[in-house]
Design a protein around this ligand. Structure first.
Ligand code: C2E
Ligand code: MG
Ligand code: MG
Length: 415
């Protein structure tokens, strides 16, 4: 249901949103700004070019909730801007406002989704309060991965305590072979067992952890606990792999290879059992330190994975340039491919190219049998997603594995 604009009836459901309007025409920008103000949105920022938009997004004091983007702009046009956006504006809802015809708008919408953006919709210009309100309500219903609706407030002291008390811990999501269904490994995903709020997912607290200067401490915590768990499974006769997510800032830590290798030894693992997943984004700037860290990890046999491939900056060039061994196709790419023939062709050739480069490919967000069979037909290596298993505490993995075996046999029968 959309909410009709009511100029002075507080409180507005949109009050806490922060919005960026991108249009090369200052008049159009100002008009759209007025529309959001009418709806009670307190924080509206404008940008008059794609470049300015990316700068504003990157330097915004807190993540933007909504970005309204024009398509036809001089310099960096809207399509290019949208391609760069996932890199800086994860989680923002995107509205395209353009005079272009519906067919073009649809295609651009598809493209933006394939880049991993949360599309709220496309509108003809000039935008009206009613149309905007309808799209904003969609944002609220979707509950973005990281946004004002889900973020919790926690100061550094509380976060340190949560780490020390192991309220913050890894859960594990299985990864299986698409060829024969065998259980290959798990990805460690952080969860916070909050005493009052229940089990929180990273969208609610990861930003706070990183902005409190606890990134290194947190990365080490996740590495320690995840590798310790993998050591227990290995000792029990289940020598599966474990993948740990690292934010790019961890790659500026020169002692990371030593830390990882010490944990590998301590827990009776082999280096090949350990994968580090990095979202490619920040690797673009100052590349020397991360390059050294990545190379040394690779030399020691640690596997390196590019996460969220297909959402923006991760490109095959980067894969070739750096010693990565794997890449993970983002779930939006999987979903896009299921719905759209063109995206499917792009995904298919990406998987094929990876195979030729001897990289392994993991498809994320496998939610249906159709997703499974599509990726299996593309000869993608590994699959991960709710269809196979949700992230779960380490203790539940053995039970999951025994329940998975017969399903795997059924799925891969005859192939
Ligand atoms: P990611 O590394 O790409 O992890 C995959 C995310 O997709 C996880 O969300 C997982 O629960 C979710 N997922 C898996 N299968 C499906 C599916 O079939 N459908 C849907 N809709 N979702 C699925 P989660 O746990 O909320 O993590 C979100 C992101 O937070 C991760 O994305 C990763 O970038 C980051 N993250 C998680 N744990 C850590 C960590 O320990 N350190 C760092 N630096 N980042 C982490
Ligand atoms: Mg990951
Ligand atoms: Mg991912």
């Amino acid at each position: 249901m959309s909410t009709a604009p009511q100029s002075d009836t507080p409180p507005s459901p949109y009050k806490t949103l922060s919005v960026l309007i991108v249009d090369d025409d200052p008049f159009v920008c100002a008009m759209a700004g007025r529309v959001f103000e009418t709806l009670g949105v307190a924080q509206v920022v404008q940008a008059h070019s794609g470049k300015e938009a990316l700068d504003k997004v990157a330097t915004a004091p807190r993540p933007l909730d909504v970005i309204v983007c024009d398509l036809d702009m001089p310099g960096m046009d809207g399509v290019e801007t949208l391609r760069h956006l996932p890199h800086v504006a994860k989680g923002a809802g995107i509205i395209i406002a353009s005079a272009a015809d519906m067919q073009i708008l649809r295609t651009v919408e598809e493209l933006a989704r394939a880049h991993g953006l949360t599309m709220l919709g496309a509108l003809p210009k000039p935008v009206t309060p009613h149309a905007i309100a309808a799209l904003l309500d969609k944002l609220q219903a979707k509950g973005p991965k990281r946004g004002p609706f889900t973020q919790i407030q926690a100061d550094r002291q509380r976060l340190e305590q949560a780490l020390a008390d192991n309220e913050i811990e890894p859960w594990f999501q299985p990864k299986v072979s698409l060829a024969d269904g065998s259980f290959k490994g798990v990805e460690a995903l952080v969860r916070w067992r909050h005493p009052q709020l229940g089990v929180l997912t990273p969208g609610a607290f990861l930003d706070s952890l990183e902005s409190s200067g606890l990134s290194d401490h947190f990365a080490e915590h996740m590495l320690r606990h995840s590798l310790a768990q993998a050591g227990l499974w290995t000792a029990a006769g289940m020598p599966i792999g474990v993948a740990v997510n690292l934010s790019v800032s961890s790659l500026y830590r020169l002692d990371l290879p030593e830390l990882v290798m010490a944990l590998v030894a301590e827990h009776g693992l082999t280096a090949q059992q350990v994968t580090l997943e990095v979202t490619e984004s920040g690797l673009m700037t100052d590349i020397t330190t991360p390059f050294e860290v990545i190379s040394r990890l690779a030399m020691k046999g640690i596997r390196l994975s590019i996460d969220d491939f297909g959402t923006g900056y991760s490109t095959i060039q980067q894969l070739v340039r750096l010693p990565f061994t794997e890449f993970k196709v983002d779930m939006s790419f999987v979903r896009g491919a299921q719905e759209n023939e063109r995206v499917r062709i792009v995904l298919d050739s990406t998987v094929e190219m990876a195979r030729k480069l001897s990289l392994s490919v993991v498809a994320e967000g496998i939610e249906t049998k159709e997703n499974w069979h599509m990726l299996a037909a593309m000869r993608c290596d590994l699959a991960q997603g709710f269809f196979i298993g949700k992230p779960m505490p380490g203790l539940e993995i053995p039970t999951w594995a025994s329940n998975w075996a017969p399903r795997a046999a059924e799925l891969t029968a005859g192939s």
